[in-house]
Design a protein around this ligand. Structure first.
Ligand code: HAM
Length: 426
């Protein structure tokens, strides 16, 4: 039987892992800049966490979760997103009791959604996410958005737009829910079964429907922004004012509602028109969630955050050259005795912090030089019978083509002197 990776999953082969590491490093550096610390939560959680946090009428919960029973019959789910786990951990570890009222976390890792795979959409994919928990202030919404914009700018992504909207507070949402119900009432029987359920339980989710997307009543559905309470409007106006002051470009997208239930007030998405992703692809999105922490049993503490799909960031950024650093030394033994010595030398060099490797295939010089080339080795270190006898090695600098016989005990000093002498050939 030939085994293949499950549909919607991808092997990140070693040719590509350099690009991933580069992206991860960049994201870590930006987070350090923003004083955002890493949090790592489990890849699976109790199913009820997601049902409660993400919402039992969302597509993510009703159609896309990888749910299984463990050996004790408990229902577990592979995380479809990161916010619920972070919020659960925040409550469970009583992080609200820390002296610093605003806690800022980031995470990176695999998420799982049973979706139809296509370019930029997988069943196991990776998210980079940020959660800022503790304050209701619009300044924090804007800090999160600026961080998101910093990421796409640092990656040099083209044709990017920040879309923002407000869902308002509870008062606004109640008013909006009524307006939506009134709007869809005359046609609810024509809508799909799911929408009829949504109509009863959570009419906002009708707007995500993929089946009834083209229905004429979808287009002229009321907008959340027209139902904002005074407080919610003041919050949103301040967000816009702060973005203006910082000269961050954005568009107010009154159709933006997001597909997860925990949002209130500000929601936003970073949309790319890069043809590699397909026009209008969402690279990342997020928003404020003021009741999530209390719904999970914590105190009344608000939060705001976002997540990017890392595959999408990489697709949009695929022009960036992720040239790997080469080896310092590739050790090329000829014969068994030389191989024994080579093993000692690579171990010693690695212990001294040099990146190196040796030929393990007992090949002739030609094949070994080809490997040195492929690994972009700065030095080829040739060890033949003669060298073993004389207790030396032959160091060839692959940049200057200079060749030197070096005593075994002088190898480290020789490499250091070579680099210090400006021979790092960067
Ligand atoms: P989301 O919009 O569901 O939000 O996902 C965020 C991003 O993850 C998407 O914009 C997309 O780039 C990527 N993504 C989602 N599904 C897939 C998939 N099947 N394949 C590839 N990429 C995908 C959230 O998950 C929220 N937790 C964001 C958030 C954080 N809100 C507040 N804090």
């Amino acid at each position: 039987m030939a085994y293949s990776a499950p549909r919607g999953t991808v092997d990140i082969l070693s040719d590509n892992s350099g690009q991933w590491q580069q992206l991860e490093q960049l994201l870590r550096t930006i987070c350090a800049n923003y004083n955002v610390k890493e949090m790592r939560t489990p890849i699976f959680e109790h199913t009820e966490l997601f049902t409660r946090a993400v919402g039992d009428t969302t597509d993510v919960v009703t159609k896309e979760m990888y749910t299984f029973e463990d050996k004790k019959g408990r229902s577990m789910t592979l995380r479809p997103e990161g916010t619920a786990g972070i919020a659960r951990s925040y409550v469970e570890n009583k992080l609200y009791a820390l002296p610093e009222k605003l806690q800022k976390y980031y995470y990176m890792g695999p998420m799982f959604r049973y979706e139809r795979p296509q370019s930029g959409r997988q069943r196991q994919f990776h998210q980079f996410g940020v959660e800022m928990i503790g304050l209701e202030s619009p300044y924090v919404d804007v800090e999160a958005m600026v961080l998101a914009v910093t990421v796409v700018e640092a990656l040099g992504l083209q044709d990017i737009t920040l879309h923002i909207n407000s869902l308002g507070d509870e008062e606004s949402r109640d008013a909006y829910r009524e307006a939506l119900k009134k709007h869809f009432e005359p046609v609810i029987k024509d809508l799909c079964y799911d929408c009829q359920q949504r109509y009863e339980k959570n009419p906002l989710r009708i707007l995500d429907c993929k089946v009834d997307r083209e229905h004429p009543f979808m287009n002229d559905a009321p907008h959340t922004i027209d139902y904002l309470s005074e407080n919610a409007k003041a919050h949103f106006d301040k967000v816009c004012e702060l973005l203006d002051d910082l000269e961050i470009e954005y568009v107010i997208d009154t159709n933006l509602v997001r597909g997860l239930d925990y949002y209130s007030h500000t929601v936003f998405e970073v949309i790319s028109d890069d043809p590699k992703l397909g026009a209008g692809a969402t690279v990342g999105g997020g928003g404020r969630y003021n009741t999530l922490i209390s719904e999970l049993g914590g105190p009344d503490v608000p939060g705001v955050g976002f997540a990017f799909g890392m595959e999408r960031l990489l697709i949009a950024n695929s022009d960036v050259d992720a040239e790997e650093d080469g080896l310092d030394v590739y050790v090329m033994p000829l014969g068994n005795e030389a191989k024994d010595l080579a093993m000692q030398i690579v171990t010693m060099l690695r212990a001294n912090g040099f990146t190196c490797d040796m030929d393990q295939c007992d090949r002739g010089l030609k094949g070994q030089f080809k490997s040195a080339d492929r690994f972009h080795a700065h030095f080829s270190m040739i060890i033949g019978e003669e060298e073993v006898k004389k207790e030396v090695v032959n160091m060839k600098c692959n940049h200057s083509k200079e060749q030197n016989e070096v005593l075994l005990e002088n190898i480290v000093a020789f490499i250091e002197a070579h680099y210090e002498g400006g021979h790092d050939h960067e």
